[in-house]
Design a protein around this ligand. Structure first.
Ligand code: R7I
Ligand code: MG
Ligand code: MG
Length: 340
């Protein structure tokens, strides 16, 4: 694989880690840190900034939650399948992940689905029957989907298709599926962005919006556009798009936080937690975008040292960055630096 210089040109003599691997590690590790940092504040309407700052800077270990557990399960599945999504196998992998650690803060609806899958039922039934037959509109499919956007060289249309397929297993509601598509495409575009060039908010959001199916999600993105341009505060973001567990609130909130300040991982995570509401998930999603853009170099050193259970995170990052997406519809080289 060719390497990319800071100005985006290929440098065949360069040594050091593969640039795509740095982006993948940045996304996976920063998201896991953000999940853990946001978790103590999950569900609070108002977040005490001093308490957030205290947690960001003090030594206790960072223990991640269901957001990261399912991200790992999806990433490991993609590695096993050469980047493809096999829905039956992935449903079993998600359910097994839940069964191995059911106390990580899973949503009540999805936990009930996983219990039924473990008992032998088909995901097709459990997903569609959730919440009286509407399917879940929660953000659980979006919070775990970043690895799809980190597959090397996968065209964005294919990122969107695989994100939707990964979502359908537990989230039959179209807004939850649009949330997963938006998050995966945002991570993919961020991972391909040139680090020496500011992100063009309009182009970035257009690349995301074009892959969505619901007018409601598209109109939330048009609010994100205004918030990002204005560099809105966390409070303004929560007020404008919401901060709840619904994908149509929390994914736009994460996008708005990231686009307001895409260069600074520490501040992105801090702001995302201050949005309040579903703090671990908003922070994890914004961090996946930011880590994909800034790479592992942007990970605050103290957070990296504090992060618990890192072995799977490191292993799967390396394996994900090495997936040969050609085999399943992608193309090499993986180090494209355009925004879409
Ligand atoms: O979407 P899901 O995996 O939840 C993810 C959230 C993240 O914040 C994680 O950090 C974890 O805390 O959970 O799980 P679901 O159970 O499908 O949805 C989450 C919640 O959204 C549910 O418990 C409901 O409160 C709500 N919800 C709905 N409520 C009414 N009608 C989701 N869909 C519906 C619905 O159709
Ligand atoms: Mg969680
Ligand atoms: Mg959450």
């Amino acid at each position: 694989m060719s390497r990319v210089t800071p100005t985006g040109g290929a440098d065949p003599s360069a040594v050091g880690p593969d640039p795509w691997l740095l982006r993948v590690r940045g996304a996976v590790l920063l998201a896991a840190c953000a999940d853990a940092l946001g978790a103590p504040f999950e569900g609070l309407a108002a977040v005490d900034v001093a308490a957030v700052d205290h947690l960001l800077e003090t030594p206790p270990p960072l223990r991640w939650t269901d957001d990261t557990a399912l991200t790992l399960a999806l990433a490991e599945h993609l590695v096993r399948r050469g980047g493809d999504v096999d829905q039956d196998e992935l449903a079993s992998a998600f359910a097994a992940e839940w069964a191995a650690g059911p106390d990580l803060g899973y949503g009540a609806g999805v936990a009930a689905q996983f219990a039924r899958i473990v008992a032998g039922e088909s995901w097709v039934a459990t997903s569609q029957e959730a919440f009286g037959g509407t399917g879940s509109y929660g953000n659980g499919a979006a919070m775990r989907v970043a690895p799809v956007g980190l597959l090397p060289g996968l065209p964005l249309a294919e990122v969107a298709r695989r994100a939707r397929r990964s979502a359908q297993i537990t989230h039959a509601h179209p807004l939850a599926q649009d949330g997963a598509v938006a998050q995966a495409v945002a991570v993919a575009v961020a991972a391909r962005s040139r680090q020496d060039t500011p992100i063009d908010t309009d182009l970035f959001l257009a690349a995301v919006a074009t892959r969505l199916r619901t007018p409601q999600f598209r109109s939330a993105l048009s609010i994100v556009r205004v918030l990002a341009r204005r560099r809105a505060t966390p409070g303004q973001i929560a007020e404008a798009v919401g901060n709840g567990v619904a994908a149509v609130e929390s994914v736009p909130a994460a996008l708005a936080v990231f686009l307001a300040d895409p260069q600074r991982p520490h501040d992105v995570v801090r702001s995302a937690i201050q949005v309040g509401g579903d703090t671990d998930t908003i922070a994890a999603m914004a961090a996946a975008m930011c880590g994909a853009r800034c790479g592992e170099q942007g990970l605050p050193v103290l957070w990296g040292l504090r992060l618990a259970d890192t072995r799977r995170l490191w292993q799967v990052s390396s394996a994900l960055a090495a997936v040969d997406s050609d085999r399943s519809g992608g193309r090499r080289p993986s180090t494209r630096t355009d925004q879409h």
